[in-house]
Ligand binder design. Sequence first.
Ligand code: AMP
Length: 283
Amino acid sequence: MRTVGNIQAVRRERASLSGRVGIVPTMGALHDGHLSLVERAQSENDAVIVSIFVNPTQFARHEDLDAYPRDLPGDLAKLEQVGVNLVFTPPPDTMYPPGHQTVIDVTGVSQGLEGERRPGHFRGVATVVAKLFNITLPDAAYFGQKDAQQAAVIRRMAEDLNFPVDIVVCPTLREPDGLAMSSRNVYLNPRERAAAPVVYHALKAAEDVFANGEHSPAVLRQRMLDVLAGEPLGEVEYASVADAVTLTELEQPINTDVLLSLAVRFGRTRLIDNLSLHFSGPT
Ligand code: AMP
């Protein structure tokens, strides 16, 4: 496994990889969710690149950039063990040298949900992913359904800007109690950690209601809120029932695939999670 931090070196290493190449972009503090993307990439490609970069432009000023968990030695040990070919670990000024002025704004699908609560977040995400694509020239790139809106934004960008990169979205890995794996879970204190699976329980409760024939978005939304209300440590930021493709909030009876998504704060930790519902016609 080669680990490099500058752009010339990563281009050189990339050029020496033969066959189909997949990339898994990450911010490090790697957990089994990240490693599941690596495994999928390995199963579909001849070589795999992982980038580790805590991208400052996707954090707003009041967010947790400085506190974001970092463990480069631990990350490299995990990647070495699973047999990644190349790891790109650029410092911030390599990705954003003085004078940089260009950003990528994906419009529609960036606007609701996380985009509304984290202004500028998806501009930072789309810009850094476009740069990673241009630097590493992958054939395929792997993202998690855990960050469903991010995956939708990247898909849109890749299509709109004609990146010759297959965008692959992989299932969310969870802890045994249902909590979606996330680098930010380490922020939770023991009481918050014990309470956090309520997020998944709320999503599953709405899924059950839907499976039993309920097609009112308002009822599904309320079902999630009712379950979350049972856990006083969780402060709900949003409970959304949206069109799975456009991510616009649904008001009329459901007649399309749906993304249920939640953002809930436990103390200072903000958790997001989601589930997809498949609409198979009127019942
Ligand atoms: P991050 O390091 O948080 O930016 O995540 C890097 C990639 O891993 C993103 O595409 C995430 O959606 C994905 N990811 C994060 N958590 C999980 C999870 N629990 N299961 C699957 N993929 C995940």
